[in-house]
Design a protein around this ligand. Structure first.
Ligand SMILES: NC(=O)c1ccc[n+]([C@@H]2O[C@H](COP(=O)([O-])OP(=O)(O)OC[C@H]3O[C@@H](n4cnc5c(N)ncnc54)[C@H](O)[C@@H]3O)[C@@H](O)[C@H]2O)c1
Length: 438
């Protein structure tokens, strides 16, 4: 099948490369000429494990190409995906749909023959109706069906998630639309990925409900962690104790510094706004957003408390900047408000991240970027672990301790064991676990 992917960001590039790998002919389109030029040279615009090889292999056999010009690929395609960004609209937090609607207009002008226009971007309920209206108004003659197909991949495991999804959600009432989707995802039926075919509006709501639920689950365990600290319990054991219950499940029960990333924060806010507009407020989601914002700000106070309240002139080493490991995505990363608040408190901040430092430079100023964890820890009064990259699990603690001015570790991801850190001579503060003094 011929596919045009409009928007070659995280979702567009991963989806395009995976569809090509399934055997389809995919053209990835983007307005960003520098991004397309880089992709043509074989350079990846994002850090995602396995992506460079997948793109190279499919480009080599001619199934995956890149362009800035939408017209030709859309005219030839039977399936046109919209995978452009839907960021928070400045001011009110609603999803900004201007990129989606602009893409719909351009697609309308270019389509030829029967075409399924498939929205992969995360969009509020009713957006598919508006995309259809835009296309029909511009081109009453066009033979188009508009389908919703939200994407659930996780950054850092995007290819695995795309190729082995828990489910595929398809929103359409149109038989021809369903046929196109069946054809596109046929290789996954062989792996028996469940497919849910439902109405377009239901598919749109499924995506937001999923993200809001996961954000709520994280926030729940974060609040339990606060309580655990006050009552002398261990949140890790609580998470395991409840997570082994199949009705609850163990995933997304890791207490930490609050959720960030390109999806949860903006999607939770957009869903809450949609719900208010329809006079069906989602108070749980509204509270989740507020609790999470407060938590991110509270992390700097946690570090300050570990330092006995004295932060002015202190040097703080921060390990991990990206919102989670295995990505270079800095969008809404908890490290950003943490570092800003530490700077406001007069601390000097040194940072290290295995993949995110280039992206971080656009959002974090006044920090010292270091080449490895040990340089980062040099003369530090505290070391704060913010993102649980694999390489931080096996640090040389003797070397770290020698480098630091004071052996204090604040672990916002509960990567280390309190008893072991104490044995190695560190003061150790973590999330929702009893404090350890060396
Ligand atoms: N990143 C994720 O993990 C993830 C997961 C699931 C769903 N989503 C959703 O997928 C959508 C895309 O997210 P992303 O992270 O890939 O965004 P992104 O910002 O990484 O990429 C969007 C791309 O679209 C391009 N673009 C915008 N308008 C265009 C147009 N008219 N024609 C061609 N290209 C255009 C931009 O230049 C950019 O490269 C969003 O709605 C997001 O919520 C993201």
């Amino acid at each position: 099948m011929r596919v045009a992917m409009i928007g070659t960001g995280y979702v567009g590039l991963v989806s395009g490369a995976c569809f090509a790998d399934f055997g389809h002919h995919v053209v990835c389109v983007d307005k960003d000429a520098a991004k397309i030029a880089a992709l043509k040279r074989g350079e990846m615009p994002i850090y995602e494990p396995g992506l460079a090889d997948l793109v190279a292999a499919n480009a080599r056999v001619g199934r995956l190409t890149f362009t800035t010009d939408l017209k030709g690929p859309v005219a030839e395609a039977e399936a046109v995906f919209i995978a452009v960004g839907t960021p928070s609209r400045r001011g009110d937090g609603h999803a900004d749909l201007s990129f989606v609607y602009a893409a719909a207009k351009e697609i309308a002008a270019a389509v030829s023959g029967f075409t399924a226009v498939i929205t992969k971007s995360t969009v509020p309920v009713g957006t598919g109706d508006e995309v259809e209206r835009i296309i029909r108004q511009a081109r009453p003659d066009a033979d188009v069906t508009v389908v919703s197909n939200p994407e659930f991949l996780r950054e850092g495991a995007a290819i695995q998630d795309f190729k082995h999804p828990d489910r595929i959600v398809v929103g359409t009432d149109d038989e021809r639309g369903r046929d196109v989707m069946n054809e596109l995802y046929r290789p996954l039926y062989l792996n028996q990925a469940p497919i849910i075919v439902t109405s377009r509006r239901t598919a749109e709501l499924i995506k937001y409900a999923a993200n809001a639920f996961l954000a709520t689950k994280i926030t729940f365990i974060n609040e339990i962690a606060e309580l655990a600290e006050k009552v002398g319990a261990d949140v890790q054991h609580v998470a395991r104790g409840i997570g082994l219950d199949n009705r609850i499940g163990g995933k997304f029960l890791h207490a930490g510094p609050g959720f960030g990333g390109s999806c949860f924060p903006k999607d939770a806010v957009a869903l809450a706004k949609t719900a208010q507009d329809h006079d069906a407020p989602l108070r749980l989601v509204e509270t989740t957003i507020a609790v999470n914002d407060a938590r991110k700000r509270a992390m700097a106070r946690k570090v300050a408390n570990a330092l006995g309240g004295e932060t002015r002139g202190r040097t703080i080493a921060v390990l991990g900047l990206t919102f989670k490991p295995n990505t270079d995505d800095m969008r809404e990363a908890p490290s950003i408000p943490l570092i800003a608040a530490l700077q406001d408190m007069g601390a000097k901040v040194r940072v290290y991240d295995p993949a995110g430092m280039e992206q971080a430079k656009a959002v974090l100023t006044g920090v010292t970027y270091c080449e490895n964890p040990y340089v980062c820890a040099d003369k530090a009064d505290a070391l704060v672990l913010v993102t649980e990259w694999e390489e931080f699990r096996a640090l040389d603690f003797d070397r770290l301790k020698k480098a630091m001015a004071r052996p204090l570790v604040v672990d916002l991801r509960n990567v280390y064991r309190p008893d072991e850190m104490a044995r190695r001579g560190f003061d150790y503060v973590s999330i929702g676990r009893p404090k350890q003094r060396s």
